[in-house]
Write a protein that binds this ligand. Sequence first.
Ligand code: ADP
Ligand code: MG
Length: 322
Amino acid sequence: MEFDLIAKYFTRATPSAVLGVGDDCALLAPTPGMQLVVSSDMLIEGRHFSPQDSPAGIGHKSLAVNLSDLAAMGATPRWATLSIALPEANDAWLTAFARGFFRMADTHGIELVGGDTTRGALTICITVIGEVPPGQALRRDGAQPGDDVWVSGVIGSAAMALAYRQGRLFMEQIDAARVLPALYLPTPRVELGIALRGIATSAIDISDGLLGDLGHILERSQAGAALIGARLEFASLPTLPVVQACLHEAVARDCVLAGGDDYELCFTAPAVRHDAVQAAAGSAGVAVTRIGRITAEPGIAVIDADGQPLPIERTGYDHFAA
Ligand code: ADP
Ligand code: MG
């Protein structure tokens, strides 16, 4: 039963592995001279997705959020494992889940080489393995005062979509349709991360909110005891027109500054590398926007159009907050 299920839904050709699904372990031959980059992310029903969500979307998103971590390290995706607990072996659900999962995998050239399958409350744990040339990983700890702060794509959309879905924010259907894809079908910025090798001084993917995630860069980058900070211009933050037009200004602002789930990259680069950043983004086919600067003063200041600091209520999503 369990083995039929693995064979039917999760066994694909894995030309880049020495040995894929079917033995006690997968056998992988890393590219000589490359460093391995490894990350796991767990998604749990009720917390990261709801039972009504489309299974293809769940397959897409569960791999996308893992690929986003590889992107944030500037890594080239290679292999993945999938450990999944399922309440029942539902053919339609598994077929659609696998379709969403493998479509995302094929887009980014990552191969499923193993995992575990068991009965239980729907839980998905994926481990991804990528490669990066030694010394070229984009880490959180390289930001320096004076560096520009950048983000890719647009932010705040996924959090707006979640607020809408949870009934905390009213939106016309036509407007909701513009933000919902960010929540259900995020795009990991894999090509951008690779293109930023040797250019970005630090990077993180925005999973829990811009301010919180940029805060992680600042914490990791502090030089000895010397804290660093950032100054962001609120008006420069890239958002969809429907987010800008939102009448619930406080909600929209919170979504942009502290909303999670956008899976865009936030990164820093020396101001003199401005054109190189733009060229990297161009080659990756992603828009990037300079949103501020790293400063020697600790903390993040968000400046409004009048040059006044905005009051910040919260910085991001915390899985252990009530
Ligand atoms: P073991 O009992 O040795 O852990 P399993 O019965 O759990 O082996 O798995 C058999 C094979 O199927 C292994 O190669 C494992 O990596 C693979 N596998 C199990 N579940 C999955 C899954 N959801 N996706 C991909 N491969 C899987
Ligand atoms: Mg097992």
